[in-house]
Write a protein that binds this ligand. Structure first.
Ligand SMILES: *Cc1c(COP(=O)(O)O)cnc(C)c1O
Length: 386
């Protein structure tokens, strides 16, 4: 399989480990999103929690995407990056009062409310400011996302959203809340979803739920189907851009919208995952009794996905064209879970070789920690290293 092209010469002058963002890949990705979403006036809000690197946000803002935030910090970061508050949606099961107030002060587009007590607090805080908060109800559609159980969010036993059985109770509550305006419904069923039938299942449920509101004479202006579109971690070189055409087509074909309704999406991983790599250096090759370990200077403090979700990332040796050999690729941290891959086939590797851990643009840099008092990884872009 072909290797991606990296400015390896330039890399050798930079302290590893670091993140490298190929902004040409990112620009091609957002162009593709805009191409397919604009056909039907779909609105895409980028899920900030995937990556808030300033250069990455700049490309996303310039492409005109909105922001999906799950904390006050993200609302601030989106607005500071120049994304208009009128394109900011704010979700999260546990919004603190200061976070709700921040959203109110900035007149954000919409709060995605996840429970009855939260609706009551938004109402109270909005009243104190003499404002009316736009809210969408996050409804738990009980659709399985067929993905890792840590990243499925749409089933009844999840902590997220309002269950279908509570819908009547919530609908009845709205007329008593003078300072919130119900503008829509919101869903998010999970992440790294590659089985498109999950999204089709979501459409069927959304259509049913829309009936619930229309039979009660409640008009909703917006439907937000969240994010979750997966990417190809096995073959980032062959599939650098997710299949947005098919993804949007599912909703175009299966979701019934009323003429005045707009459809919103919250894509995170699909936007930024493939543009990022974690670049690391091999510190040692250690021979065990039956295996070889490639010990990197990057660990789960830099990229936690393999340790947290047993996630697969493609790993490439950027300096070797030698024959393929099997390695356990591990980090330096004092935990056995600090392993990027086991029995992984790589070109024969020696101390000092540069390693690229691919598809690390989403939930990579943003989840870095300083455990073991390690330094946070820095980040560089293709534009900087041209
Ligand atoms: C995490 C999250 C997203 C983005 O998920 P991806 O799988 O990265 O697309 C969208 N909406 C909500 C509410 C989220 O929590």
């Amino acid at each position: 399989m072909t290797k991606a092209i990296y400015p390896t010469e330039k890399f050798s002058a930079i302290q590893t480990p670091f993140y490298y963002y190929d902004l040409d890949v990112l620009r091609a990705t957002v162009d593709e999103i805009n191409l397919h979403a604009s056909k039907t006036n779909f609105h895409v809000h980028y899920a900030m929690k995937a990556n808030v690197n300033p250069s990455v946000l700049e490309v996303i803002k310039n492409a005109g995407l909105g922001a999906d935030c799950v904390s006050g910090g993200e609302v601030e970061a989106a607005i500071n990056a120049g994304i208009s508050p009128s394109k900011v949606v704010f979700a999260g099961v546990g919004k603190a009062d200061w976070e709700i107030n921040l959203g109110l002060d900035n007149d954000i587009f919409c709060f995605n409310a996840e429970s009855i007590p939260e609706l009551e607090v938004i109402n109270e805080l909005a009243a104190a400011k003499g404002k009316i908060a736009n809210v969408a109800l996050r409804i738990n559609p009980n659709v399985s996302a067929n993905t890792h159980h840590y990243i499925t969010t749409g089933l009844n036993e999840n902590k997220f959203g309002i269950n279908l059985s509570e819908l009547d109770q919530v609908t009845d509550l709205f007329p008593t809340l003078a300072n919130v305006k119900l503008i829509g419904i919101h869903f998010h069923i999970g992440s790294q979803i590659t089985d498109m039938t999950s999204f089709q299942g979501l459409c069927v449920k959304v259509n049913e739920i829309q009936e619930h509101f229309s039979t009660r004479g409640i008009e909703l202006q917006h439907v937000n189907v969240g994010g979750g579109l997966g990417i190809n971690y096995e073959h980032p070189n062959h599939f650098p851009i997710p299949d947005f055409a098919s993804y949007f087509k599912i909703f175009r074909d299966h979701l019934i919208l009323q003429p005045h309704q707009t459809l919103h999406f919250e894509l995170g991983r699909a936007v930024v995952a493939q543009c990022g790599s974690l670049i690391s250096k091999v510190l040692y090759i250690k021979h065990g009794t039956s295996k070889k370990f490639a010990i990197l200077d990057a660990g789960f403090t830099d990229l936690i996905r393999p340790a947290l979700y047993q996630a697969y990332h493609r790993i490439e040796n950027l300096n070797s064209e030698l024959k393929m050999e099997a390695y356990d690729v591990v980090g330096p941290i004092c935990e056995s879970s600090d392993t990027f891959a086991k029995d992984y086939s790589m070109n024969e590797t020696k101390r000092g070789d540069l390693i690229a851990i691919r598809s690390a643009g989403a939930y990579g840099e943003i989840m870095a920690s300083q455990y073991n008092l390690r330094k946070l990884p820095k980040a560089y872009t293709s534009d900087q290293l041209k």
